[in-house]
Ligand binder design. Structure first.
Ligand SMILES: CC(=O)N[C@H]1[C@@H](OP(=O)(O)OP(=O)(O)OC[C@H]2O[C@@H](n3ccc(=O)[nH]c3=O)[C@H](O)[C@@H]2O)O[C@H](CO)[C@@H](O)[C@@H]1O
Ligand SMILES: C=C(OP(=O)(O)O)C(=O)O
Length: 429
């Protein structure tokens, strides 16, 4: 597939304000949750992203009608025509597995092709499946498909071996219409789980405990459509914070919930960045150099794996040596080779990367291998001496809305070159 590239002129100081979009990782489960009720739900602040486009395509393939009206994404999940998702659609995006829970809850059956591994790791679904089976779902896996069905769902006590975000969401969404009470122990605690709980409760569900590691769901007979505004994207916000630091800029990042960014802010401050918290924005100002810091990715409220590549880009030109340990995904160091092309000095031993800070990064020809690797290279290019050509930026479209527009507004110099010869954002949702 032909992909676009960015040509980025480095060393431009970023200044001004930038507004964070709605969270991708909240929007995806919220869209899946609309399947739980007949009628039209309205979600506000859903970003225009490749992943969102794919999730809408999945919902439409099931028979939902989707329409954007100004700020609102309206999803009508009336009578569904199918409980099966085409393999080509499933392959577009892993998060389409989030339809499992809602379809089982409302229709008692679902068939999807099993999402394969992806660039950052093998990403099994055993915890999703285990949880659903405990609720009474029968599962058959054959020829690369997962087929699941149940006469009725029965509340159960589910202990997750790992606090998986997706498994917690799928089990929560299945449990809302189950008979009796479901308890999810060792549940994921991410802010996106709290957002999903809030939406489900607006639909008439009875979910408690999101944000803690024990979640309780009292099943109800039926849900109704609801309106909800998605939380701001904490990973997008964190990425902009690093951009401000790396370009020695002064940037106000608007539409943030600072509490969601605590682990990121703590590490930035430890590295010597000036971060000022305002009500729903943060100001990041950087004058001198930054210090190397060590970090380890952990489930929330630990340091997010989705910020690890961007931090590595920043630490590549920090003073001294930094150590990053990636504990969530076994293959999330693909940006290392590309950062090395820009002059970074990084060695990898298993799940640990040792980064010896260099004075500055050089422009180079580099390639995004996944979404956050792309974001990391984008940041490195903003701070590099001379120009960088960043290939395969369509990966970045998965998670960053209007990136060129937002960064040009801050003073970045970049051009998107389309392989089709155009220079525009290729999303038309
Ligand atoms: C759409 C979305 O919200 N994506 C986020 C979500 O992905 P996702 O929900 O896929 O990530 P999980 O929280 O499930 O994965 C965390 C860890 O659990 C393991 N695991 C997961 C499920 C399972 O059944 N068995 C199992 O062993 C995974 O391999 C991984 O090592 O959380 C990740 C971890 O914060 C983020 O990086 C992703 O951006
Ligand atoms: C890994 C990510 O997303 P997904 O789970 O959708 O692949 C991400 O947002 O960095």
């Amino acid at each position: 597939m032909a992909m676009d590239r960015y040509v980025i002129t480095g060393k431009q100081r970023l200044e001004g304000s930038i507004r964070v979009s709605g969270a991708k990782n909240s929007s995806l489960p919220l869209l899946a949750a609309t399947l739980l009720a007949e009628g039209t739900s309205s979600l506000l602040g859903i970003p225009v992203l490749a992943d969102i486009k794919h999730m809408i395509e999945v919902l439409e393939s099931l028979g939902c009608r989707a329409e954007r009206q100004n700020e609102a994404m309206l999803i009508n999940a009336g009578g569904l025509e199918s409980c099966e998702v085409d393999e080509a659609l499933m392959r577009q995006m892993r998060a389409s597995n989030l339809i499992l829970g809602p379809l089982l809850a409302r229709y008692g059956r679902v068939k999807i092709s099993r999402p394969g591994g992806c660039a950052i790791g093998s990403r099994p679904m055993d915890q999703h499946i285990k949880g659903l089976q405990l609720l009474g779902v029968r599962v058959k896996e054959k020829h690369g498909y997962i087929e699941a069905w149940a006469d009725h769902l029965q509340g159960a006590d589910v202990y997750l071996d790992v606090p998986s975000v997706g498994a917690t969401e799928n089990i929560m969404m299945a449990a809302v219409l189950a008979k009796g009470t479901t308890v999810i122990r060792n549940a994921a605690r991410e802010p996106e789980i709290v957002d999903l709980q809030n939406f489900l409760n607006k639909m008439g569900a009875k979910v408690r405990g999101a944000g803690m590691d024990v979640l309780r769901v009292d099943g109800v007979g039926a849900l109704h459509p609801a309106e909800h505004t998605v939380i701001p994207d904490r990973i997008e916000a964190g990425t902009h914070m690093i951009a401000a630091v790396m370009t020695k800029g002064d940037v106000v990042i608007e539409n943030v919930i600072p509490e969601h960014l605590e682990p990121v802010i703590a590490k930035l401050r430890q590295a010597g960045a000036s971060v000022t918290l305002l009500d729903d924005s943060v100001r990041v100002k950087q004058q001198g150099g930054i210090r190397g810091v060590d970090l380890k990715t952990m489930p929330y409220p630990g340091f997010p794996t989705d910020m690890q590549p961007q931090f590595m880009a920043m630490l590549s030109s920090a003073e001294g040596t930094s150590i990053i340990t990636e504990t969530i995904f076994e293959n999330r160091f693909q940006h290392v080779d590309e950062l090395r092309r820009m002059g970074a000095q990084i060695t990898v031993e298993g799940r640990t990367a040792i980064i010896r800070g260099v004075k500055s990064l050089d422009g180079a020809f580099v390639e995004a291998t996944d979404l956050r690797a792309g974001a990391a290279l984008f940041l490195a290019a903003l701070a590099a001496e001379e120009a960088t050509v960043l290939e395969k930026v369509d990966y970045i479209d998965r998670g960053y809305e209007k990136l060129e527009e937002k960064y040009c507004h801050l003073g970045a110099k970049l051009l998107r070159v389309s392989k089709k010869g155009r220079s525009e954002t290729p999303l038309d949702l």
